[in-house]
Design a binder for this molecule. Structure first.
Ligand SMILES: [Zn+2]
Length: 471
């Protein structure tokens, strides 16, 4: 895990913190003004979204903070929320502190393409938080204005799409629409009432079902726990000695946002219970922030696992949205993900060797076996070949493949720059490479013996195709 930037941000955060002495829970007006002013002061890196409005007309605000772009490469997206239970205020304060730190330090992360775009919504249920009036947080309530618990109001994953929960609340629908639109890779929902890192599933104890990424979630949870600044070692030990628990092993609930985000929105959501008191005393807020901030910032490293990259149309080079990325013999219960509107995908996995298939209707599947290491995610860009490519043979193209039959790999020489694909008998891509000029080696060590087809494309046209045998 790369720590250099963590140290840097901690130093900068400390400098920033020492300039601010007062800590308090905001009024509704103070909160909305804070969000608007932060966005307008930092226009180059911030955008203020309105996720929706509540029954009482209050705003569900989300601040998007992005490192200044030096390249057009998309980044992973991390969504933070707090206080969906309106009386659980400690987390909302922490997210506002996080915003304060990020807006002054974001420049540092411009070159790190795995540093995420960060979306922060400190108050997810303002009608509950300011139930007694815009200037009063002392009488805040868990529920929204209709007395509904928003963390039991999401579509139930046991129903596989059917709606078993209560009438969908306006807040719930707004968050669902926003999360679907933004396609977050990871989200973190801050609650209070305990101190624990809680991960999917909420609907099942681990004896009944675990998420495919169970081990990765536990690894991230223990890393989080290990990064807390608490010399006494008590913080985050309320439920488990290592601070980490599978949701249903703690207690089963249905209709939670964690399960919906993870199952239906194909995100990975963590629930952080950040203080035993629903709202810690204002005089203690800075102490809590000091204890948790390194661990919260350390979670940005969660993207430095597994594979990420872009998926393109091999013929037109356009990015492809909605490509299913599935880890074979691994994914289950909707843990497969899909490329976003930019053709981007990010699949966090603990280190190992994985076989990943990329599929979309109208294209041949591509299946790639590759290794990844913890702390340095592998970039894996993929090109999918459309099934309706026009075939045209061109006289002046000269391509040679050797040796035939092959054992470990093939050399492809072509007098034209072209994209070379190796397909198995089902049309599945097993290897691909851009070739030009002399001998271009394509490693086939990891594929089974059999008959394969080597096909070259240039300027959107197939220019060469030949069968080879691999021993
Ligand atoms: Zn809660």
């Amino acid at each position: 895990m790369k720590r250099y930037f963590l140290l840097l941000i901690l130093t900068l955060c400390y400098m920033h913190l020492t300039a601010q002495n007062t800590a308090s829970y905001p009024t509704y007006g103070g909160y909305t003004e804070y969000m608007q002013q932060t966005a307008s002061k930092h226009k180059d890196i911030c955008r203020l979204d309105t996720i929706g409005t509540t029954y009482k007309g209050r705003l569900l605000l989300c601040l998007k903070i992005t490192p200044p772009l030096k390249t057009a490469t998309p980044r992973p997206k991390f969504f933070y929320c707090a206080a969906m239970h309106g009386n659980e205020l400690t987390g909302a304060f922490m997210l506002m502190k996080m915003i304060d730190s990020l807006v002054v330090n974001m420049q540092v992360f411009a070159d790190d393409t795995l540093f995420p775009e960060i979306y922060i919504c400190p108050f997810a249920n303002p009608d509950g938080t300011w139930a007694a009036g815009d200037n009063d947080v002392k009488h805040s309530t868990r529920f929204n204005a209709n007395l509904v618990d928003l963390n039991r109001n999401y579509p139930d994953i046991r129903a596989a799409g059917d709606d078993l929960s209560e009438v969908r609340q306006r807040e719930t629908q707004a968050f669902m629409d926003y999360q679907k639109k933004e396609n977050f890779n990871l989200s973190c929902n801050l609650h209070t009432g305990s101190e624990v890192f809680n991960y999917p599933w909420d609907s099942y104890p681990s004896t009944e079902a675990t998420h495919a990424d169970d081990a990765w979630f536990r690894h991230i949870g223990r890393t989080f726990f290990g990064s807390l600044n608490d010399p006494d070692g008590h913080y985050f030990t309320t439920e488990r000695p290592d601070g980490t628990v599978e949701g249903g092993d703690w207690y089963v609930i249905y209709g939670s946002r964690q399960d919906w985000s993870t199952y239906y929105a194909r995100c990975r959501e963590i629930t952080l219970e950040v203080s035993n008191d629903y709202a810690v005393k204002e005089s203690e807020l800075e102490d809590y922030w000091h204890k948790i901030k390194d661990a919260l910032f350390g979670m940005f490293d969660a993207f430095k696992y597994g594979f990420y990259g872009m998926v393109y149309n091999a013929v037109s080079s356009e990015v492809l949205q909605g490509v299913k990325v599935e880890v074979q013999d691994y994914d289950r219960m909707n843990s497969e993900i899909f490329t976003d509107a930019y053709g981007y995908y990010g699949r966090q996995l603990l280190e190992g060797t994985y076989t990943i298939s990329f599929s979309k209707e109208g294209f041949y599947d591509t299946v790639i076996t590759a290794e990844c290491y913890n702390g340095s995610a592998e970039k894996l860009d993929v090109y999918l070949t459309p099934k309706d490519v026009n075939i045209r043979q061109t006289e002046d193209i000269k391509v040679q493949i050797s040796p035939v039959p092959c054992t470990d790999g093939i050399y492809v020489s072509s007098n034209a720059t072209a994209d070379c694909f190796v397909y198995d008998s089902r049309g599945v891509t097993v290897a691909q490479k851009r070739v030009n000029g002399g001998d271009n080696y394509i490693n086939l060590q990891n594929i089974a013996a059999g008959v394969y087809t080597v096909t070259l494309f240039k300027d959107n046209k197939e220019i060469f195709s030949k069968r080879i045998i691999k021993n």
